[in-house]
Design a protein around this ligand. Structure first.
Ligand SMILES: [Zn+2]
Length: 329
């Protein structure tokens, strides 16, 4: 079977713009404002920017943020965005001047991608600076101010009236902000492969955490030992596919954090970009099978600039090259 590049580039949207790069905690910080540029250089080098449809960042309004976050927390971020002082949690996530606008841009950009996919303006999309999966409804956590994944899920359920939304997370860290917000919500089909919480922040995501109450069985946590490589990833990945097929989500979100590649400065995993390529390729196929092709990737973590550049490029390349239903008839 041949895998032609999707000839109509309107099928894959790629978000890029200065406003999106602004979400960062200063030069020299692991989550610095240079991350988007590092990815962009590599995407350009591979010609992927030419193959995708480029889209501008957008800003989320308070109503959209309020689908996931509490009014008190939104007001607090807004206030600290003016002073640029203090922390937005207990000491991981500092405020900076303009943090409200920057964090609202991450969310708004993801929501723009959700809308375009639901309106069939495109089939797949990548938002590189996004996937802030530690953010809680009422507080920041782990470099994550507003949780764009959470707002996207609430929007798909509340506004687009979907009955089941799939969320797949291959970042080295457990997506605790998403998991606990929807732990008892059976509409959220959650699968997360991450470094075992005994060795890494945030310490959660144990295999016995499968959802609560009516949502029991709708969550899959797959902790990996430190040093886990591509072979182990591929072995465990089958469980993600079986799980998604069983629960039939109508939209797939992928948090494709690149901090699970070998050489990240703050984690201990050893994937190559092949893991990300495989996940993206397989989710395109599953989206075609289950979700009318709808799949949205959010960049997530990744603190080694070379790693995030090649991992996110691999995801975009897979989105561009995956066969579509129309190729397969
Ligand atoms: Zn991470």
């Amino acid at each position: 079977m041949h895998h032609p590049i999707v000839s109509d580039n309107s099928q894959v949207c790629l978000y890029y713009g200065e406003e999106l790069a602004r979400y960062g905690f200063g030069d020299g910080h692991p989550f610095g404002p240079d991350r988007l540029g590092a990815f962009w250089q590599e995407a350009q080098r591979q010609g992927l920017d030419q193959a995708a449809r480029l889209c501008e960042p957008a800003v989320a309004d308070e109503t959209s943020l309020g689908r996931f976050h509490t009014p008190d927390y939104i007001a607090r971020v807004k206030a600290q965005s003016v002073t640029g002082e203090g922390y937005l949690d207990y000491g991981d996530t500092p405020a900076f001047a303009g943090v409200y606008e920057a964090a609202s841009t991450v969310v708004g950009t993801v929501l723009d991608a959700v809308r375009r996919i639901m309106d069939r303006e495109c089939r797949r999309a990548l938002v590189p600076i996004a996937g802030l999966h530690h953010g809680r409804r009422d507080t920041a956590a782990g470099f994550c101010v507003f949780n764009d994944c959470g707002v996207a899920i609430e929007t798909l359920l509340q506004v687009h009236k979907l009955e089941r939304v799939g969320y797949v997370d291959i970042d080295a860290h457990h997506g605790d902000g998403v998991f606990y917000a929807f732990e008892d919500n059976p509409a959220v089909i959650f699968a997360d492969i991450h470094e075992d919480g005994h060795h890494l922040y945030p310490g959660t995501g144990h295999s016995y955490e499968t959802g609560a109450g009516a949502a029991k069985g709708t969550k899959l946590n797959l902790p990996m030992p430190p040093g886990a490589d591509d072979a182990l990833f591929l072995e465990r990945w089958h469980q993600v596919e079986d799980f998604l097929r069983r629960h039939k989500p109508q939209f797939l979100l992928l948090q494709c954090g690149a901090d699970s590649l070998a050489g990240d400065p703050i984690t201990h995993m050893a994937y190559s970009k092949a893991a990300h390529a495989h996940a993206a390729e397989r989710l395109c196929a599953l989206a075609d099978e289950l979700c009318e092709g709808r799949v949205l990737a959010m960049g997530g973590g990744g603190y080694n600039r070379r790693n995030l550049a090649v991992a996110w490029s691999a995801v975009l390349d897979a989105f561009l090259h995956a066969p579509t239903e129309t190729d397969q008839d």
